[in-house]
Design a protein around this ligand. Structure first.
Ligand code: CP
Ligand code: NVA
Length: 306
């Protein structure tokens, strides 16, 4: 594993390695045991979109690992004024030991990896959010004790979260159902990669426009905003289209009785999920947010401790 750009690039063994190290690092953190895997190492964090969780968890995670993190807003670095990815990758590779980038075009992240010679971590693109989904799998494992054989239901926009969920669940052998309206389904290439992975893991992939079919008997129910960063001008039309996919008490009741609720956050209560569900007893969204820290520390340690 040289980079973390798409979950499709990881083997099941690599995913298990990340989750196992996450568990160990979480325990060490809770017990106050020093774990300076990245003493003296520096991570650059490039952001061309907003962030609360990703920014804070990477920065704090790097500090806890004994390293240092630099926040590089695209407004402040030359990339925002048109310096090429090639030059940026070459230059940053001379100063720092790894880059986490959050941006729009997925190809920019791939190009950074291609032109630089340090590990690149995808902190969200329009297409994928692999760090989020690794934290989600870890959270499901903590609450359910297993991944294989469970059913994950995602309702709403076939966006970056849904795409990475398809990749992640199909690798670890979880059944995954995506309920999304016509025209807002997951990326075609991601779907075909997930179907390939499912052949090996035995996971079952359901792609449907019917929210009830998607959520039926699910062990885990997941949703995300209907309006991702960069889609603000489509807000009004999206709110109408996605209404039937709102996770409310009625829809959630179709999942298994002991289903847990996940949301990557930020959440928009009253739109993709009602307060009753996200603030209810089956919601584990803050455990999920916390686990971004532990899982990303594992990812950085595995990629940068070389
Ligand atoms: N879930 C997530 O990536 O949150 P931020 O946008 O706050 O980083
Ligand atoms: N789909 C959302 C996820 C935010 C973490 C977005 O891209 O804005």
């Amino acid at each position: 594993m040289d980079h973390l750009i798409s979950l499709n690039d990881l083997t099941l063994e690599e995913i298990e390695q990340i989750l196992n190290l996450s568990e160990k690092l979480k325990k060490q953190q809770q017990e106050g045991v020093t774990h300076h895997y990245l003493k003296g190492k520096t991570l650059g964090m490039i952001f061309t979109k907003s962030s609360t969780r990703t920014r804070v968890s990477f920065e704090v995670g790097m500090y806890q690992l004994g390293g240092y993190a630099l926040f590089l807003s695209s407004n402040d670095i030359q990339i925002g004024r048109g310096e090429t990815i090639y030059d940026t990758a070459q230059v940053l590779s001379r100063y720092i030991d790894g880059i986490m980038i959050r941006t729009f075009a997925h190809s920019d992240v791939e190009d950074l990896a291609k032109y630089g010679n340090i590990p690149i971590i995808n902190g969200l693109t329009d297409l994928m959010h692999p760090c989020q989904i690794l934290a989600d799998l870890f959270t499901v494992y903590e609450h359910k004790g297993t991944l294989k054989g469970l059913k994950m239901a995602y309702l709403g926009d076939g966006n970056n979260i849904a795409n990475s969920l398809l990749h992640g669940c199909s690798k670890v052998g979880m059944d995954v159902a995506i309920g999304s309206p016509k025209g807002y389904q997951c990326d075609e290439q991601v779907i075909s990669e997930a179907k390939e992975a499912a052949k090996i893991s035995g996971s079952n992939i359901i792609l449907t426009e019917d929210p009830v079919e998607a959520i039926k008997d699910a062990d885990v129910v997941y949703t995300d905003t209907w309006v991702s960063m960069g889609q603000e001008s489509e807000k009004q039309s999206r709110i109408k289209i996605f209404e039937p996919y709102k996770v409310d008490g009625n829809l959630f009741a179709k999942a298994k009785e002991d289903a847990i609720f996940l949301h990557c956050l930020p959440a928009y209560r009253g739109y993709e999920v009602t307060e009753e569900i996200i603030d209810g007893s089956q919601s584990v969204v803050f455990d999920e947010a916390e686990n971004r820290l532990h899982v990303q520390k594992a990812i950085m340690a595995l990629l940068m401790d070389k």
